[in-house]
Design a protein. Sequence first.
Length: 465
Amino acid sequence: MKTRTYSLMLVGITLSIFIAAMAPVAQASSPYTKDVCASGCTYSSVQSAIDAITDSSATKIYTIFVDAGILPSDNSISFNGKDYINLVGRGMGTSVLQASAQWYQNAGNGLTSQNYLDLSDSQNVTLSGITIDARTLDPGGFGASTIYTGLIAQPPAGSKVTIENCEILGLFYGLSGQGSGAGGGLVDVFNSKIQGAVTTFWPYNVNWHVFATDIRLMDTGAHSGPPFSSISAIGVTGTGDITLWGSHIHAETSMDTSWNVSGIGQSQGTITLIGSTLHVKITTTISNSNRRMFAASLGNGTMNLIGTEILYESVPSLGSGRLGGIIFTSTAPTVNILGSTFRDGGGSGGTARADVFTLLGGAMSGLRTAGTKVNSFASFSGGAPVNVAREFDTLGTQKGSTSFPGSGSTVAVVLPVALPDTNYRVAVSANQNQTIWVTSKTTTGFTLNSSIAGSTATVEWMIMR
C-alpha cells in the first residue's frame, strides 16, 4: 500500500506541474505602455492614450498598443508634437484606425483636422503593424476645399520617424510631409502599402527613405475633397530628397476624364528609384486626345532611375490620349537613367504612345542614359522632337558614312541631330590605307582629315557620348 500511495503522489505532483506550465504567465504591465481597443482596454481611443502621455523622453519611451479590430473615430488624431512614442498594432489589416463616415463631414466643416493622423513636428516616433484608413468609408461629396489626408509625417531637422509594416489609406493625400511643422527631418518607410485617390505620397520638405513599399494611386470615381487637374502616385515638390529601393509606384485609373495621370509628377526636388517599378495603367478608353498618361511627368528637378522598369499599359483600343514612359513638360528637368528598361506592357491605340515624350517638341538636353534602351520618342504636339539622338542603343550613338571628294584632304560631316555640347568621341573606319583624324568638333558636326591629298576614301563614322 505504501508503494501504491507513493506512486499516486508522484502522478499528482506531475499533473500539478503540467497544469502550472500550461497556465498563462502573469506579466507586469509597463508604466510606459498604453493599451487601446474598442472595449476591455485601458483606453478606447488612440487620442486619449496620447493625451495621457505627458513625460515621454529619450529615457521614457512610450508604446501605444492597438489591439486587433477596427477602431473607428469621428475625429482626427494628433500626436500634438509629442516625441518618443511608438504606435504599434498586431499587423496591417488587423489593427485598424478608421475614419468614420462622420469624420469626412466633420473635417469638411472644420470641426476636426483634415489630417486623420498627424505627426507634425514629432520625432523619434515609430508606427508599426497598423492600418490608418481615411478612405474606405468616404461617402463622397464633402469638403469642396478640404485636403483630406491619411497620415502626416513631418519630423524636424536632425530627427526621424519610422513607418514599418503599415497600411495608409487617404483621399487627396495618403501619406504627406506637409504639416504644421518646419520639416527637414527623415522618414524611413519599410514594407508598407500606401494608397490615395489624388496624390498617394506627397514628400514635400522632408527627406524620405522608402524600402519595399507599394505606393498606389487608385482613381475609381467621385470622392470628397476639392476638384483637381492631375493625379499621381508620387507628387514631388519642395526641397526634400527621396530615395526608393525595391518599391512599386503605380498609378491606375478607370475614369475617362481630362485630368492628367502619372506615377511620378515632379516639379522640384530630387527623387531616386533603385531596383523599382514605375508604372501607369489605364483601364478604360479615353476620349480626350490631349490627356497625359505617363509613368513620370517632369517639369523640373532631378530624377535618377537605376535598375528600374518604366512601364506603361492600357486597354486595347485606347482611343485617344498620350500614353508613355516619361514626358518632359519643359527643358528644365534632369533625368539620369542607368541600367533600366522602358516597356509598353500591353494594350493599343491612343493619340500617341512612346517611351519618351516632349511636350512642345523642345530639346531634352537633360536626358542621360547608360545601359538603357529607349525604343521610341515622340512630341506631344505632333511630329518628332528636336535635339534628340535618333539611335536608341545603350550608348546613345549616331553614325553614318561620307567620302572624300578627290580634291583636298578634308570633308565636313553634319550630325543628323545636334548635341548639347562637344564632349563626344568619334570612331572612324576607312576603305583605303590612310590615316584619318578628326578636327573642328562642334555641336552640329566635325571635320574628317586624310593623310593623302586628293583622297577618295569612304569613311564610316560613329560618335559616342
